[in-house]
Design a protein around this ligand. Structure first.
Ligand SMILES: N[C@@H](CCC(=O)N[C@@H](CS)C(=O)NCC(=O)O)C(=O)O
Length: 209
């Protein structure tokens, strides 16, 4: 299998971590989603990464769709609980992280990592400060109130896609050099440490250093 989309993308990271957790081998091709060539749009009409290419040449776009496929195709190491309610909770947390949290972290990550590190350009620190204060901090306040007391899997005893999606976004904060203040958000800070210490995340993050 080929994961198209480089590890700077949190959504590509999410797919690669899911593959690592399931023990699946894959190749990564760091496709940049610009320009939107006809060939790229044939892989994903939405013009976004990641896209998973199967050995028979089938293209599967969107990290959540790809993870749903992996779950069906490789059920041996499940990343969703069998209990229907727990499964729904995991899927909602995945959705929350991929939308609300991603939209909140995205502008900070773009300035600090994409602009400054990848493009070696100017980082708009004023925009970063506003995005942290007005966007990120209220969202972290909300999440802190929802997390379990002990750092560990969010939904059941085992790791789920909820953890992978949350970890993918929390790893963007590390790349953007935004520290989660352990005095204000102790549960998130402990969770971030726990999830990013997993071999799966360490392996995928190591491709960025
Ligand atoms: N819902 C999609 C989001 C994918 C996404 O937004 N990818 C970004 C890179 S992190 C992208 O390709 N952006 C290019 C664009 O929006 O034109 C998923 O889960 O895969």
């Amino acid at each position: 299998m080929i994961v198209h989309g480089g590890s700077p993308s949190p959504f590509a990271r999410k797919v690669m971590v899911a593959c690592e957790e399931k023990g699946l081998s894959y190749e990564n091709k760091p496709l940049v989603p610009f320009p939107k060539t006809p060939e790229f749009l044939a892989m994903n009409p939405l013009g976004k990464i990641p896209v998973l290419e199967l050995p028979d040449g089938t293209y599967l776009p969107d990290s959540s769709v790809i993870c749903a496929y992996l779950e069906r195709a490789y059920p041996e190491k499940p990343l969703l609980p069998t209990d229907p309610v727990a499964c729904a909770r995991a899927l909602f947390i995945e959705e929350y992280c991929d939308t609300k949290l991603a939209e909140t972290i995205g502008p900070i990550f773009f300035q600090r990592f994409v602009q400054r590190v990848l493009f070696q350009g100017e980082c708009d620190e004023a925009a970063v400060a506003t995005a942290i204060e007005e966007g990120l901090e209220p969202v972290l306040d909300q999440i802190e109130g929802l997390l379990p007391d002990e750092a560990g899997p969010l939904v059941s005893d085992d790791l789920t896609l909820a953890d992978i999606a949350f970890g993918a976004q929390l790893s963007s904060l590390v790349l953007a050099e935004v520290e989660v203040d352990a005095a204000r958000w102790p549960k998130i800070a402990a969770y971030q440490k726990w999830i990013l210490a997993r071999d799966s995340f360490a392996t995928v993050m190591s491709t960025l250093s």
